[in-house]
Design a protein around this ligand. Structure first.
Ligand code: UDP
Length: 247
């Protein structure tokens, strides 16, 4: 898919060069035109994990891929000499998009542990007055990932938020995104957990100095420790290889 925005290639993924505001304006246009647009917020971990899969980062070829986090800026600086113009990550961009969407927009929340999507849906309905047309947890269909498709399709959603963690959510969206009948299909990671209040977000100051990742590791060291040490070292090594081959 030709990208609406100029892009930078990082480990084979075409990352859009755009601000959060420009991405939101674009997505509202796609929603109004009912054009299928899959959105991936790509952090260093997603790209590193994808490079180890048979499809690789080509899985994201049909997505609007937005940069998420410091790792992508480090990669961009190393390869292209400049960071990205903004940090349009999903935890802030998705609520901002929902705030700007027409009030008639029908929203489906798919993913997270049982009960969490329902709680997140109540918060979003209250905050933005959107119509919640369905929720489904992210574990009930573990044996048959195609099963939620019919339910989501029947709900006639305009926006489907998919929270299965990465790269599972991107793989699911690549395979099933076009079958859902919804124009916007967005991978949102831990957003439902944040909205439901089961995972605390970093204080604003920590977010501003771009250390939210450290806050998350401190809260979930066993799950995220490897991601931000060994996996990040592998990401840097791959980025340096790309820089060398570019020269
Ligand atoms: N999740 C899910 N099904 C799974 C694995 C994960 O619904 O099989 C949910 C998990 O409960 C969480 C969300 O995916 O709400 C994001 O997970 P994680 O924090 O791992 O996201 P990441 O940081 O990897 O994007």
């Amino acid at each position: 898919m030709a990208s609406f925005f100029p892009t930078r290639d990082i480990l084979g993924a075409k990352i859009a060069i755009c601000t959060s505001d420009a991405a939101i304006a674009f997505l509202l246009g796609e929603l109004a035109a009912r054009r299928l647009t899959r959105v991936a917020f790509s952090n260093a971990n997603l790209l590193t994990v994808l490079t180890g899969t048979p499809e690789g980062t080509r899985l994201l070829d049909d997505f609007l891929v937005l940069n998420d986090g410091v790792g992508l800026d480090v990669a961009s600086k190393l390869i292209y000499g400049a960071p990205f113009p903004d940090n349009p990550h999903g935890t802030d961009l998705t609520p901002a998009l929902l705030a700007a969407a027409p009030k008639s927009t029908r929203l489906f929340l798919f993913g997270a542990r049982p009960g969490i999507a329902d709680k997140a849906a109540s918060v979003l309905a209250q905050r933005f007055g959107l119509a919640i047309c369905g929720t489904r947890d992210g574990y009930a269909d573990a044996g048959d990932p195609a099963r939620p498709v019919a339910t989501i399709r029947a709900a006639k959603a305009d926006i489907v938020l998919v929270a299965l963690g990465n790269p599972r959510q991107e793989q699911w969206m690549a395979r099933h995104g076009a079958e859902l009948g919804a124009p916007l299909v967005i991978g949102v990671g831990a957003l439902f957990d944040f909205l439901a209040g089961v995972v605390p977000r970093a204080p604003l100051l920590v977010q501003r100095i771009r250390l939210e990742w450290l806050w998350r590791v401190a809260h979930e060291p066993r799950r995220l420790g490897k991601r931000y040490t060994i996996d990040f070292a592998r990401f840097l090594w791959l980025v340096l290889q790309q820089r060398r081959s570019k020269r």
